[in-house]
Design a protein around this ligand. Structure first.
Ligand SMILES: Cc1cc2nc3c(=O)[nH]c(=O)nc-3n(C[C@H](O)[C@H](O)[C@H](O)COP(=O)(O)OP(=O)(O)OC[C@H]3O[C@@H](n4cnc5c(N)ncnc54)[C@H](O)[C@@H]3O)c2cc1C
Length: 434
């Protein structure tokens, strides 16, 4: 049935009149929202296409509500439309911004920003509308055709024509439809995670953490629970209204059927933990009181771009000649056993080159967010939300300039992109020094 609908969408897309835009941003997630804001504020008629029924992507739908890192070594390194939304959402959610002057050493996560996803999404919606962005949810892009002036995008809603596409799907799936080359580590993608909260239904003080720990070890040995279902110890910790820390091996969301499977795996993991808790004396009334809309996915495809960020360059803090943003996060590869971040050395602030957003194999398509061109290790740092936002902003500006000048993004100079980014409040790496 789904296949028939897709074929019908594609047929309709070829024949019907399309709505006309300069820039189509696909994916209203972490990178997509700042990309659309930046494109629209640069003067482009912009449409934002999102396959799910709400905006925000991993931050709101998988409930990864602690974006980072906008600061490094005591100073701000990422700003602009994304930062404005995040900092505003933090305060409006009732939280405080961290003290960025205070160095936390290896506890980098203390500089992540706490916010409520629904507050962020509401603020983003207002900002997008004010900027003149047309938001179309329930609009999965399933087919792309070349036209005389750019691209025709077919999907769930009305057909769209745009001079430039910014792919912010996290998987470069639309860029691939346009001919972009991409790669993935087929056997070794990092696991996802599924967020949920369990209410113990009893006074936690009455429980013995050590007994619970021992019982979990037995449940794992008996195969009733997987070791990946609960990464932190003791499991007691998670009964205090905290989101469960888990890994969901094989989580992939690069197509809707795969995303549905990832969600199913997340629910199964949650049900195993719930059954485990309910089998413990005192916890018979435990229940799930909240769960995320989606399983969060850490890794799928990356494009093969004009430039590829490597672990070596990231770790050395290479100042790319074509740098359009800074990035700051440890190398953070999750395995089924957990994660041991590799911290950047003091003073190091890596940069993001424009070329890592330009996929080989196609033209008039940019990619921002998790899927930029990078090796796996560098990608494990680049994929964090602040960097995704900085990339989105740069790609949005480049697409808008290319549309206005009837050029390809490759023909737009990095100096011009940086100048516009600065005017939007973004921070761009200087040619020399910090
Ligand atoms: C469990 C977990 C924990 C993490 N922890 C942190 C952390 O502590 N701090 C941090 O900063 N980062 C963290 N990250 C990383 C970060 O959240 C993600 O890498 C980042 O949000 C990805 O952003 P994105 O814009 O590339 O993709 P997303 O935010 O996932 O957005 C992609 C959007 O595209 C849509 N889409 C996909 N295909 C189509 C299509 N064909 N048509 C239309 N729409 C489409 C999707 O529905 C989605 O809304 C974590 C990630 C995970 C999974």
């Amino acid at each position: 049935m789904k296949r028939i609908t897709t074929v019908l969408c594609l047929l309709v897309a070829v024949v019907v009149r399309a709505d006309d835009f300069d820039v189509a941003v696909v994916g209203a997630g972490t990178a997509g929202i700042p990309a659309a804001l930046a494109a629209a504020r640069t003067g482009a008629r912009t449409v934002l296409l999102e396959r799910s029924d709400s905006i925000g992507g991993t931050m709101t739908r998988a409930s990864v509500e602690w974006p980072g890192l906008f600061h490094a070594w005591g100073r701000q390194i990422i700003a602009g439309p994304g930062w404005d939304l995040v900092s505003n959402a933090c305060i409006r959610s009732g939280f405080k911004l961290p003290n960025f002057k205070r160095p936390y050493g290896t506890s980098h996560w203390k500089h992540q920003i706490r916010l409520k996803g629904r507050v962020y999404a509401a603020l983003a919606q207002i900002a997008l509308r004010q900027a003149g962005v047309e938001i179309r949810t329930n609009n999965e892009v399933v087919g792309v055709f070349r036209t005389e002036f750019g691209w025709r995008l077919a999907g769930g809603g009305r057909t769209v024509e745009a001079k430039q596409i910014v792919d912010c799907t996290g998987n470069a799936s639309v860029a691939a439809l346009c001919g972009a080359l991409r790669e993935r580590d087929e056997d070794n993608c990092q696991p996802g995670s599924f967020a949920y909260v369990i209410d113990p239904g009893c006074d936690l003080k009455a429980l013995d953490p050590e007994k619970l720990n021992a019982a979990l070890d037995v449940a794992i040995a008996e195969g009733k629970v997987l070791a990946t279902d609960c990464l932190g110890r003791p499991p007691y910790l998670y009964l205090d209204k905290r989101k469960m820390s888990n890994h969901i091996p094989g989580a992939d969301n690069s197509t809707i059927p795969l995303a549905e499977k990832a969600n199913q795996l997340g629910i199964e993991s949650m049900n195993r933990m719930l059954a485990f808790f309910r089998a413990q004396p005192g916890l018979e009334k435990a229940r799930v009181v909240w769960k995320a809309k989606e399983t969060g996915v850490r890794e799928t495809y990356r494009i093969i771009g004009d430039e590829t960020v490597t672990e070596l360059d990231y770790f050395a803090g290479l100042r790319y000649p074509g740098a359009v943003a800074y990035s700051f996060y440890p190398i953070d590869i999750h395995t089924d056993a957990g994660v041991v971040p590799r911290q950047l050395l003091p003073g190091v602030v890596p940069t993001v080159p424009f070329g890592c957003m330009l996929p080989k194999g196609t033209e008039n398509v940019l990619v921002a967010g998790r899927a930029v061109s990078s090796d796996r290790a560098a990608n494990s740092a680049l994929r964090v939300q602040a960097t995704c936002m900085a990339e989105g902003q740069a790609a949005g500006v480049a697409a808008a300039l290319a549309a206005r000048r009837s050029m390809t993004p490759r023909e737009i100079s990095v100096e011009d992109i940086c100048e516009v980014l600065r005017s939007l409040g973004a921070i761009v790496p200087s040619k020399t020094g910090r």
